[in-house]
Ligand binder design. Structure first.
Ligand code: SF4
Length: 435
């Protein structure tokens, strides 16, 4: 699973961990367990979230491995949006979902901002008839800057979005072009200006460390320009070369076209250092926030085991102890919903111990794990469960245990967080294909 090699070159592969057990263990034989979870009324009205996948983009970025479509016309998009609305309606009829308050909503992609203002308003009007999110603590919306105009951002604001996430990635137009991004830096600045005028509660800027063509000098300039904007939140991912991308097909893996891991980590360290010097604080291995109390409800709820309905083609969800994912072809997705069926494609019921491991590794990415949380919630003492792994990471200088209670990543541990997690997996999930 790890893409780091002894010489530290960026090879083809993915090491980013977003869930546990690994996706390669999910399968369609477990779909009855998923339906069972959805049919079961919850013991208490615990909060739940909604993820909506908008799988359309103007152009495929060369490093992208997501299920996205760049060739759909407005009629096809409207058919998909209608299926998405239907999916939410079907969920709302189920005993496990009915009447539960939605704590967060996340429009992800793909490119949610690829939808027109009219399509977006139509979708949200329909969703609101089945799923109300007026009391949601957070509604996040991912944007590709070049798809925005002021009118569309007004529509995004009107539907209740509180957290706008701008996929800037870099401020150098040649690098954006080389990596296949559809937008250019002037569009980022314009979009950011509109977002400020429209007073979104929180604007996040995404950057990627190590895009093809990145240099020391340009990275520093990109960081400086991001800091000038003073976003509430900055997220940085380290460039990977997953299977099924244009770059991997072109044979970029192992060539050095993407900076090595040591360099990418140093660049992340530099960026976070600059932001911290300006008063920001680190809230995860990937994120700094301007105010220490800035929340990212979607992330924290997921990492603390919340239920989430994953709607849209190929979307992932988790519900009452069961992982589930939708079918991953848009035609099949549309057809199933047009027949009034939930479009689930595969699932995995998760044991209580695996649920504990899942939360433990995800929370470790936040840099801080409280032993008492796991004792209270799972009746398991992480210090005993993971004695050897914690000791090994401590010996390597990646984490510390404070007062026998708080497990905290060191600055060095933060930079390699995802590579630290696999040892906590159950034996059968280690050295296994992840996706
Ligand atoms: S904008 Fe995002 S989802 Fe779309 S192709 Fe690029 S990386 Fe993939």
């Amino acid at each position: 699973m790890s893409s780091t090699t002894p010489d530290d070159t960026t090879e083809v592969g993915s090491y980013f961990i977003s869930n546990y057990p690994p996706f390669s263990f999910w399968n369609k034989d477990h779909l009855p367990a998923a339906m069972g979870a959805l049919q079961t009324a919850p013991q208490e009205m615990s909060p739940i979230g909604l993820y909506l996948h908008i799988p359309f983009c103007r152009k495929r970025c060369k490093f992208c491995y997501f299920r996205v479509y760049t060739d759909k016309n407005s009629k096809e998009i409207e058919r998909y949006v209608s299926a998405l609305g239907r999916e939410a309606e079907l969920y709302q009829e189920l005993p496990g979902v009915r009447g539960r308050p939605f704590k967060f909503v996340y429009f992800g992609g793909g490119t949610p901002s690829y939808l027109s203002a009219k399509q977006l308003r139509g979708l949200v009007d329909r969703l609101r008839d089945s799923i109300g999110w007026d009391d949601a603590e957070e509604v996040t919306f991912e944007c590709e800057p070049g798809t925005l105009n002021r009118g569309k951002l007004e529509a995004i604001r009107e539907i209740g979005v509180t957290r706008l996430s701008l996929g800037v990635e870099n401020f150098n137009d040649e690098i954006l072009e080389e990596n296949g991004r559809a937008h250019r830096s002037p569009e980022c600045l314009e979009a950011y200006g509109w977002a400020r005028e429209l007073a979104f509660d929180q604007v996040n800027i995404d950057l990627i460390s190590g895009m093809v063509g990145e240099t020391e000098e340009n990275w520093k300039d990109t960081v400086r320009r991001a800091l000038e904007l003073q976003p509430e939140c900055l997220t940085i991912y380290q460039m990977e070369l997953p299977f099924n991308t244009i770059y991997t097909r072109e044979g970029v893996g192992g060539t050095g076209a993407v900076a090595n891991w040591e360099t990418k980590r140093r660049w992340v360290d530099y960026a976070f250092g600059e932001f911290k010097a300006a008063g920001y604080s680190q809230s995860s291995a990937y994120t700094v926030v301007r105010d220490a109390d800035t929340k990212f409800v979607y992330r924290d709820a997921l990492w603390e085991g919340a239920d989430m309905l994953g709607t849209g083609v190929a979307s992932f969800g988790h519900f009452q102890g069961c992982h589930m994912q939708n079918v991953d072809g848009i035609e099949e997705y549309n057809l199933l919903l047009e027949e009034g069926k939930l479009p689930l494609g595969r699932a995995l019921p998760v044991t209580p111990r695996q649920l504990m491991i899942r939360e433990f590794v995800l929370q470790l990415k936040r840099g801080k794990v409280e032993v008492s949380y796991f004792l209270e919630k799972f009746g398991l003492d992480a210090r005993n469960e993971f004695r050897d792994q914690l000791q090994a990471h401590q010996d390597s200088g990646y984490l510390q245990i404070e007062n026998d209670e708080t497990i905290r990543l060191t600055p060095r541990g933060f930079l390699v967080a995802d590579t630290l997690l696999e040892p906590f997996f159950e034996e059968q999930h280690r050295d296994a294909r992840y996706t």
